[in-house]
Design a protein around this ligand. Structure first.
Ligand SMILES: NC(=O)c1ccc[n+]([C@@H]2O[C@H](COP(=O)([O-])OP(=O)(O)OC[C@H]3O[C@@H](n4cnc5c(N)ncnc54)[C@H](O)[C@@H]3O)[C@@H](O)[C@H]2O)c1
Length: 73
């Protein structure tokens, strides 16, 4: 499971573990858009991952959301 999976490092980690043959769960909520406005929107990177990565499940979740994160277990 990769948190910040749509970001610079997270998206690279998703691709790395996918290439190793793992099933990858990516958690992100595009908080970057909240921080930096439309120019920080990383939806493009999520779409790229969903097209390029073989075994990838994206979960739109704030990592501070303890109740929501229970759905990941
Ligand atoms: N980029 C670097 O060179 C570098 C070097 C050393 C350490 N780091 C650290 O690695 C981490 C990631 O860096 P990055 O460059 O990939 O940043 P980034 O902004 O590209 O990616 C961070 C991702 O986390 C997501 N995110 C933020 N808050 C969230 C939340 N509450 N819930 C879910 N998702 C959330 C954002 O939407 C974004 O996609 C940061 O902690 C950074 O300080 C980065």
């Amino acid at each position: 499971m990769i948190t910040g999976s749509s970001g610079l490092i997270g998206s690279e980690a998703v691709q790395y573990y996918d290439n190793q043959g793992y099933r990858v769960i990516g958690v992100d909520n595009n908080m970057r858009r909240e921080f930096f406005g439309p120019k920080g929107d990383n939806t493009w990177n999520l779409v790229r991952l969903q097209q390029a990565v073989h075994n990838f499940q994206y979960v739109d979740l704030d990592i501070r959301d303890r109740v929501g994160s229970q759905s990941l277990s």
